[in-house]
Design a binder for this molecule. Structure first.
Ligand SMILES: [Zn+2]
Length: 65
């Protein structure tokens, strides 16, 4: 039986550190928010997630003010 496993590179996504911008590959079954940045120990965000979008919006607001 040939099983077609989809290796969707990019679809698994990445976790991104809101503090230093470090990215790590998202691990299956582990939420980014449960991960810690290897650089600065901050809670990670799922790249492209709602939380990440909100974070980016806040960043943009800070820069324009
Ligand atoms: Zn970091």
């Amino acid at each position: 039986m040939a099983e077609h496993r989809k290796h969707q590179m990019g679809d698994g996504g990445q976790c991104v550190c809101p503090k230093c911008g470090k990215t790590t590959p998202h691990r299956d079954g582990v939420r980014c928010q449960d991960e810690r940045c290897p650089e600065c120990r901050a809670k990670m965000l799922r790249e492209g997630s709602e939380h990440h979008q909100l974070f980016l919006q806040k960043q943009a607001q800070k820069q324009t003010e």
